[in-house]
Design a protein around this ligand. Structure first.
Ligand code: NI
Length: 174
């Protein structure tokens, strides 16, 4: 089921999310809904707070090549356990901040541990776009947005644009 995506600014996007307990069918359904919502948007990553669920769940699929098989990933309680000193700069966007982009510097590689859809622990090193995406999504679980990594002026400008967008949506004009 496709769920509505919250638009910044929203207090639910600023909250520290809680770890999920043992996996249940309800949590698997949540993850499936998140993947469906992400692909529909379309986007390459989505965190549970973006659909108003304040729990530590993210989904992603950074496969971008035409014709390449999709690689949907579901991560419960993801945790960064190591980061490279090398950094990369990517122009980031966010489904909760539509049509706004900014360059963000982050570690190029991160090692992440999480619980997968089968309830098993996995550990993997991510690099390239995957590394940026997973850090962006884990930030969401800690109430942080990509605009919190950029200068105050640009952040305020983007936030004002989003406030206007939300007013327009509320009036049925967007
Ligand atoms: Ni985002």
């Amino acid at each position: 089921m496709i769920r509505p995506i919250l638009i910044h600014p929203d207090p639910r996007l600023k909250k520290l999310c809680t770890p999920v307990p043992d996996l249940s069918d309800g949590l698997r359904t949540l993850a499936d809904d998140m993947l469906e919502t992400m692909y529909d948007a379309p986007g390459i990553g989505l965190a549970a707070p973006q659909i108003g669920v304040l729990e530590r769940v993210i989904v992603m699929d950074c496969v971008k090549e035409e014709g390449e098989a999709p690689k949907p990933m579901v991560l419960f309680n993801p945790e960064i356990i190591g980061s490279s000193d090398d950094t990369s700069v990517y122009e980031e966007g966010c489904l909760s901040i539509p049509d706004q982009f900014a360059e963000v510097t982050r570690p190029s590689e991160v090692e992440v541990r999480w619980i997968n859809r089968d309830g098993n622990e996995e550990t993997q090193v991510f690099s390239g776009l995957w590394a940026t995406c997973i850090q962006h999504e884990i930030d969401h679980l800690n109430g942080k947005l990509f605009i919190d990594h950029i200068g105050t002026m640009k952040r305020q400008l983007i936030t004002r644009k989003m406030q206007k967008l939300k007013r327009d949506i509320a009036r049925g004009k967007a």
